[in-house]
Write a protein that binds this ligand. Sequence first.
Ligand code: ACO
Length: 382
Amino acid sequence: MIQMESQPTVDRGLANTLAAESRMCFIDGQKGVLEYVGIDIDALARNSTFEETVFLLWNERLPRREELESFVDRVREEYDLPDGLWQLIERVPRTATPMHALRSLVSSLALFDPEADDPSEEANERKSIRLLARVPAVIANFDRHRKGLPFMRPSPDQDIATSFLTMLNGQPPTTAMARAMDVCLILHAEHGFNASTFAAMVTISTLSDMYSAITTAIGTLKGPLHGGANEEVMHMLREIGTLDRVEPWVRDRLARKDRIMGFGHRVYRTTDPRATYLKTFAKQIAEDTGNQDLYAMSRRIEEIMHEAVGAKGIHPNVDFYSATTYHSLGLELDLFTPIFAMARVAGWAGHCIEYLKDNKLMRPGCLYTGPHAVQYVPLDRR
Ligand code: ACO
């Protein structure tokens, strides 16, 4: 039996465990700071594009102009889905939820990739680009399929945000809408060892493959305590319905010890900096699209939560204002989490490749609290 090096203690939820080192993302949860490779998230949201941000995360530096152009070209060359995948989308039940469809279809992408089991770093980079490039077409075309609309192939003339919205809506978005989508993708691209990233890393640490790792991550992101919270926020706003009902609704839930979705975070004890940015963003988009009521309700929820539980360090997280933003962009509620996944492929793939450079199987211990020396009783004597 292998002896443990020191006497470990149980760390439920791994809240006090540093599982590995990384150079991709810095978070100061007390001060509300988030940096990708040292660059403040606010500066990236204001100035960068999703493609440039992905290059930054995967290469630990901003690209020069020709490097960015070449990266963008490589992504666009991989936009289209393999023939077999279009056929599989057609066979997914129209009643399936988009997250179940996405998880199953991303897993199926491996079936059409001859490099699926090539463990080299170069092949893993190519697969990461394929996943980044193809997930938008999978989400948008599953949505078209369930609505009985003909498939729409991605256009290599468009960036990821524009191409996604074009496939989803059957027509190109306005410049403002495309930029709003692009900013949301930047804000959701990476966030350290969150639950879905960690799940992907556990899978890759067994020397499985990139498709299995990203499939694991999608299944993990889906949960309402993680990426699924943005959908739950929208359900909550719909259930509340009007501004005057906000206060009694929230206070009643808090009195019953229910969680208010879109609030609280394992790392942030102050407002999530992505939420700070999204709040201003959501206000503008809500005004431009006539969704002021939704924004007003969100602000009121935030005020009441601040009064009631702000002192406990519970503040809005990234999911809270992204719900208002996505709704104002005309996106359907059950696509909110798939869009999160579309962006987070950047972080998932980046962490997998980074971890593989110095891989060690992820395998924590557990403190056994059951009985010992129990007699085996044959079935007919129990
Ligand atoms: N509403 C009300 N109370 C809350 C909330 C909330 N959203 N979140 C935490 N609390 C309370 C808990 O009830 C607990 O109170 P207690 O100490 O009186 O028992 C205290 O704050 C600490 O909560 P924990 O669950 O221990 O904190 P943890 O770090 O494990 O939870 C989590 C983080 C899961 C995100 C939690 O805040 C939550 O459930 N939030 C709602 C779901 C959500 O928005 N998830 C998205 C997170 S961002 C992301 O993943 C992209």
